[in-house]
Design a protein around this ligand. Structure first.
Ligand code: HPA
Length: 245
């Protein structure tokens, strides 16, 4: 296999053991990625890392150049990509601090560059997206969790919203009726673009709050921050134990 790459979400502008890249981000045919791709030894092998929201966490979900990010990772030699994502929990099994490897998604985003096949001078391309995540990498993530005794929920439907605002309670009720367990803002078009590039992509999602209307009162940013901090150690352990097949 080629290399494993990790796309860091909220709380992950760097990963323990993987320093930040010092150089400027290289450009791609789609413009600059969120940051330069860094690489380091993690769990005994070289891993690539790219912070999705930029090195200083300044790029909101709808402004991320998803095409450039995945392009840059593939150019750096990635074959497998784990997208880390902080999410809200909708259904009862997905309370704060639960880790999940979603097996399905529903895309509610709009206005994002969704495809590399965006011209009118070549044949139209329709990727198969019945199963949006790479099954072998999902299995490998679950196996890594099992190996070190960290619980990961093996199936979930990830609803991807536009953001950057959080949802209304009615929007979350609709997501639940649609079958979503989790809600986040960055799962798409990342997963589809990875598929277009032939990258084996999976999401390791971590719940940082109950979605709007699922707990009393407003969603507090302080609560989200605390829960991100509570998740990072377990996520880093899983990534160190991960051996993509
Ligand atoms: N909604 C959307 N995205 C999120 C949430 C949420 O409640 N929590 C973390 N990312």
């Amino acid at each position: 296999m080629g290399r494993l790459a990790i796309i860091g979400g909220s709380g992950f502008t760097a990963i323990a053991g993987i320093g930040r890249a010092t150089e400027d981000a290289p450009t791609t045919p789609y413009g600059p990625p969120s940051a330069a791709v860094s690489s380091a030894m993690l769990g005994g092998r070289e891993v690539l890392f790219l912070p999705r929201h930029g090195a200083e966490h300044t790029i909101p979900p709808h402004r991320i150049n998803y095409r450039a990010n995945l392009w840059a990772l593939r150019a750096a030699g990635a074959s497998h990509v784990v997208g880390l994502g902080a999410v809200g929990g909708i259904t009862p099994a997905f309370g704060p601090c639960v880790l999940a490897v979603p097996d399905q998604l529903i895309d509610y985003t709009y206005g994002r560059a969704q495809t590399y096949h965006d011209t009118t001078d070549s044949k139209v391309v329709h990727i198969d997206f019945s199963a949006p995540y790479c099954a072998s990498l999902c299995e490998d993530l679950l196996a890594a969790g099992q190996k070190i005794g960290i619980e990961i929920v093996p199936k979930a439907v990830y609803g991807v919203t536009q953001g950057p605002r959080l949802e209304t309670a009615a929007e979350v009720r609709r997501l639940e009726r649609d079958g979503c367990d989790l809600v986040g803002m960055t799962g798409m078009p990342e997963a589809a673009l990875a598929r277009e590039l032939g990258l084996c992509y999976a999401s390791l999602s971590f719940v940082v709050n109950w979605a709007a209307g699922k707990a009393e009162g407003e969603i507090q940013m302080s609560e989200i921050k605390e829960n991100v901090a509570l998740c990072t150690g377990r996520i880093e352990q899983i990534l160190a134990a991960l051996t993509p097949t």
